[in-house]
Design a protein around this ligand. Structure first.
Ligand code: PLP
Length: 459
């Protein structure tokens, strides 16, 4: 390099450095202002998130980017990072409210059990019935035949083939994952970049937001209400889509409400995704536990859909950690890259056990779950609690007559009954609790009797 060129480069670098420093100082100034906004909102009791204000800023930035030739997509991504930081500092400047989820209650309950207490577990979605006996045989056989090696990241051919046949797709559109949870994670990690948005529908299983946070994506929330039967309003959903939105995450049959949306609503969601070329992450791990007509996202042949399934719930195989996703060949390739980086492949014996499980009839489990949910529902009616009858899944989500969820949940836990706080599925649901139907009726009855006493303040 000539001395002249060297000098030119050096001078440009110095300018960039100075500009970067200026940008950082401005960002810091913005963060200070956001902190003050948080304090004012806290005093006035206003929510941190304000979609309308965000949208105004977004439009302003998009316009400015277009005028300056900066590139709208990049500008909006940058803005998202700033908005995310604002939200974070605003949240921090508010007084802390006790935050509990079904997982934190489960952990506490386990500690109490280890210390000798008897606990009735109505807080987790873990079926109490055994996995099919053939699954155990498959594990043993796998060992005997030395089938315990690394496999292709997407899975062993026999299992990929069986899943492809079951779901009516070609084998290249399938990936076997360590549980539905990792399928959700790898879909989000592969398809959504930092600063981009995912829309979730609350109340919701918290993992969608957790995964989004982990990859630096932003979550926008459509809230549904018991009054409207937990049905998402598609026009509200449409109004939330911005140029920065990349994915809508849905989960039906739903955890925690048990809701299954009707065909019209599902049609509306898929059309919306199609119109805006959004990924549609459809978590269908409870599809077998559906007592109302359920339409899988797969039936729409939408090339940006990612359908997540699991062996955990249908076959009571939670600890095996095995599930799968079906998506386009390209999406599966991208998800496989995440999986290869993180885990190489699902354990081979587990995949062989899953293959055997697929051939088993799980209708007994489904009938049992339905019977238990009917039992829970009639008992909650006797207690005069309000709720929507579940159309599926393994839970019931009643509203409390008064008071907040965490208060009741903690009191009940002291009495040896673990249930999940409603706010673990969304901040707006502090008046709800989730009761899971994964224990025998006698135990559930005992748990609900105690809940009735605590609600009446008799105990
Ligand atoms: N999706 C939903 C909606 C769930 O409720 C759960 C578990 O509770 C999962 C996925 C995770 O299932 P897996 O055990 O397959 O990871």
């Amino acid at each position: 390099m000539t001395v002249q060129k060297n000098k030119e480069l050096e001078s440009l670098r110095l300018k960039i450095r100075a500009l970067t420093s200026e940008i950082m100082a401005k960002v810091q100034e913005r963060t200070q202002l956001a902190r003050q906004v948080g304090e004012v909102k806290g005093r006035l009791g206003i929510d941190v998130k304000d979609e309308k204000v965000e949208q105004e800023i977004r439009l302003m930035v998009a316009r400015q980017a277009e005028e300056s030739g900066m590139g709208k997509e990049f500008a909006l991504r940058l803005l998202s990072v700033l908005l995310q930081e604002s939200e974070l500092v605003q949240e921090k400047s508010r007084p802390l409210k006790a935050r509990q989820t079904h997982i934190s209650i489960f952990r506490k309950a386990k500690q109490m059990e280890a210390a000798g207490s008897r606990i009735i577990h109505l807080e987790v979605g873990e079926p109490d019935f055994p996995a099919p006996a053939q699954v155990g045989n498959a594990l043993a056989e796998s060992f005997a035949k030395r089938q315990y090696h690394y496999t292709d990241t997407r899975g062993i051919p026999a299992l990929l083939d069986a899943i492809a046949k079951k779901t009516g797709v070609i084998e290249d559109r399938v990936i076997v994952t360590p549980g539905g949870r990792f399928a959700v994670f790898s879909a989000i990690a592969a398809l959504v970049r930092p600063g981009e948005e995912i829309i979730t529908i609350e109340p919701a299983w918290p993992a969608y937001k957790e995964c989004a946070d982990f990859v630096g994506a932003r979550t926008k929330v459509l809230r549904t209400t018991m009054e409207k039967g937990w049905t998402p309003d598609v026009s509200e959903l449409a109004a939330m889509v911005t140029e920065n939105t990349k994915m809508i995450a849905i989960n039906y049959p739903n955890n925690p409400t048990g809701k299954v949306i009707n065909e019209k609503t599902m049609d509306g969601i898929v059309s919306l995704a199609r119109d805006h070329a959004l990924y549609l992450l459809s978590d269908e791990v409870y599809s077998n536990y559906s007592f109302a007509p359920f339409e899988s996202a797969l039936s729409y042949s939408y090339d940006r859909s990612v359908v997540v399934s699991s062996f955990s719930k249908t076959y009571a195989m939670t600890g095996f950690r095995v599930g799968y996703a079906v998506a386009s060949v390209d999406t599966i390739r991208q998800m496989a890259k995440v999986q290869a980086a993180g885990i190489t492949s699902v354990a081979e014996p587990v995949q062989r056990a899953a293959l055997v499980a697929l051939g088993q009839d799980a209708s007994g489990n489904v009938d049992l779950m339905k019977k238990r949910l009917t039992f829970l529902s009639s008992r909650l009616k006797e207690m005069s609690l309000r709720f929507i009858e579940p159309d599926g899944a393994m839970y019931i989500y009643p509203q409390l007559p008064a008071g907040e969820d965490v208060e009741l949940v903690e009191k009940l836990l002291e009495k040896g009954v673990a249930i999940a706080p409603g706010s673990g599925f969304g901040d707006s649901y502090r008046q709800f609790v989730r009761i899971s139907a994964c224990r025998p009726e006698e135990e559930m009855a005992e748990g609900l009797n105690m809940m009735e006493k605590v609600l009446r303040r008799e105990n």
